[in-house]
Design a protein around this ligand. Structure first.
Ligand code: FAD
Length: 522
């Protein structure tokens, strides 16, 4: 007999992982080995617009996990399966073959994934041999625990945040306490007739259909080193050190921060987060998103360590401290996951505000392509898009500006932008990406009102006053000095081989407001 932990693609860690901890406890109780299973599902990757960059990141993390688990005599069995609808039966077959008594996994809140888990539980119940347990682990506070007085999900962030905080305050350790590490198997498992072969199964370097250009792979591996140690190091440096070198260009967050001299008299990036986080021209945010989105580190650990670094015992969400502000961002992540769980239509390509399903979008392929390529002629939008294209990551302000530009200035359907972000970002995450896109398109929960449209030029002056960000990612403008960098006059743009703006912002703004207003009247 054995106990199985099914590791999902947003669950890629051993530390502070509830399902592996419980699976290990069960295995010890029953004196049987723990087996870890990972199922690669190319059809799910296609259905969810997973990028080759993200799949490569998953595989790189799995390779490290495999060797860590092997030190504990725990096998990681990675297997690919199609069609995706048959995954429940396939897994049940493996559980029977392995004579498993229990299966543990952390829950995924996307509709397809919930249906898959319900199907597996159904098959297991019918055969009566394996007990399946699905645990909440993705959020700090699980969906369903932060509700309005009448038990409904919040659709506005501020009251959600207040209830979220008071829920945690009632039992802080339940929400941010660390799950125990798994315990090693008896080494005899390596010669067991059923389980020994599992140790020989390697993690593939590629999944068919998700081939990454070797140069891009190398760049991604250097920007985003895999593994729990890397994730913890990126976090530590955000909490403890101040970046004085510029992060711009394609850099690896570890070697970049390694250049910094540790100077206790300077405030950490966390300490400055409240004042600096919107600046795109410096290393102002944590860059934890690829690691959080793939579960290489838990959100609990991030909050716990942030509080510890400031000597705090209770969760702080005050708006005027760095740590309070940062924890508020982690709370946004919870908020959007709760929205996904309460309102599954958002994961089916539908707007949260149903009336906006009928907006008349422009179908201008050339504009869409120019936006994707970072050639809209609006420097801050282009810098942001090129940052995503090269690094697989974009600063939050860049995402907001680029998304609002696509949906309001170009009036292109937010779903096309949502999909493109999933294709290029290494931190692509359905809940946060959908939440961010629907916020920008004014179709979501607690969205930007449709009449409050960012002016990308004034935004650019605020978040990149010296134009460093633009110069780093838009080489055509590298030699432009002064305010013209934010809005190069057409003659200068022509001379530098930089595109002229696709649309005139004031006119586009009026047109967008008109379209939204008309829908509102219906
Ligand atoms: P920090 O500022 O250091 O924040 C810490 C963590 O809090 C982040 O790593 C993230 O997990 C969470 N967080 C921060 N802001 C948000 C937010 N607005 N919504 C939800 N969680 C947040 N985030 C993703 O992880 N994946 C996505 O695919 C994604 N797509 C987005 C698309 C759009 C259009 C917008 C406007 C935002 C999107 N975000 C997404 C949210 C946010 O931009 C990123 O989480 C953030 O930029 C990541 O950088 P960081 O780790 O340095 O963030």
């Amino acid at each position: 007999e054995c106990v199985v932990y099914w590791m999902r693609m947003e669950d890629l860690r051993i530390r502070d992982n509830r399902a592996i901890a419980q699976a290990s406890a069960q295995a010890r109780k029953d004196s049987v080995p723990l087996i870890v299973l990972h199922v690669l599902s190319p059809q799910d990757y296609i259905a969810h617009d997973r990028s080759a960059r993200k799949i490569d990141f998953v595989l790189r993390n799995l390779q490290i996990i495999r060797s860590r688990l092997s030190e504990l005599d725990i096998p990681l069995y990675t297997v690919s399966h199609e069609p995706r609808t048959k995954i429940p039966a396939f897994i049940h077959g493996l559980l029977q073959q392995w004579k498993a008594s229990h299966l543990f996994a952390n829950m995924e809140y996307e509709v397809d994934e919930l249906r898959r888990d319900i199907a597996l539980s159904g098959i297991a119940r019918k055969h009566g041999k394996v007990s399946c347990t699905f645990l909440h682990d993705r959020c700090i506070v699980p969906p369903g625990e932060v509700t309005t007085k009448d038990g409904r999900g919040y659709t506005v962030y501020s009251p959600f945040l207040r209830t979220w905080k008071s829920t945690i305050d009632q039992a802080t350790s339940d929400y941010i306490g660390e799950a125990p590490l798994p315990v090693a198997n008896d080494p005899a498992v390596r010669s067991h007739p059923v389980y020994s072969n599992l140790f020989d199964v390697e993690v593939p370097h590629e999944v068919e259909g998700f081939t990454l250009d070797p140069k891009v792979r190398e760049r991604m591996a250097s920007c985003w080193p895999a593994g729990e140690d890397a994730a913890h190091e990126v976090l530590r440096r955000f909490l403890e050190t101040m970046s004085r070198t510029s992060h711009l260009g394609v850099t690896d967050p570890l070697s970049e921060s390694a250049k910094m001299a540790k100077n206790p008299s300077t405030q950490s990036r966390l300490g400055k987060y409240n004042d600096q986080r919107d600046r795109v021209d410096a290393d102002t945010t944590s860059r934890m998103s690829p690691y959080l989105a793939a579960g290489v580190i838990s959100a609990r650990t991030c909050v716990r360590e942030a509080l510890e670094s400031c000597g705090k015992k209770k969760v702080d969400i005050s708006r005027d401290t760095g740590v309070g502000r940062w924890i508020q961002e982690i709370a946004w992540r919870d908020f959007y996951n709760h929205i996904l769980a309460f309102f599954p239509r958002v994961s089916m390509g539908r707007p949260f505000l149903e009336k906006y399903a009928h907006i008349q979008w422009e179908t201008n392929e050339a504009h869409l392509q120019a936006w994707k390529d970072g050639r809209t002629g609006v420097p801050v939008v282009d810098a942001a898009m090129r940052q995503a294209n090269t690094m697989g990551w974009m600063h939050n302000r860049g995402r907001m500006i680029a998304a609002m530009y696509l949906t309001k200035d170009l009036l292109i359907d937010w779903r096309l932008g949502e999909r493109y972000f999933m294709e290029v970002l290494i931190d692509g995450d359905l809940a946060s990406n959908n939440g961010g896109w629907q916020w920008s398109a004014s179709t979501g929960v607690d969205p930007a009102p449709y009449f409050r449209i960012f002016n990308p030029y004034t935004q650019s002056q605020k978040i990149d006053p010296g134009g460093e960000y633009i110069r780093a990612f838009v080489p055509e403008l590298a030699k432009v000095r002064g305010p013209e960098i934010h809005k190069p006059p057409p003659a200068l743009a022509d001379k530098l081989g930089y595109p002229r703006a696709l649309v005139e912002h004031d006119m586009a703004r009026k047109q967008a407001i008109e379209r939204y207003k008309n829908i509102g009247k219906k």
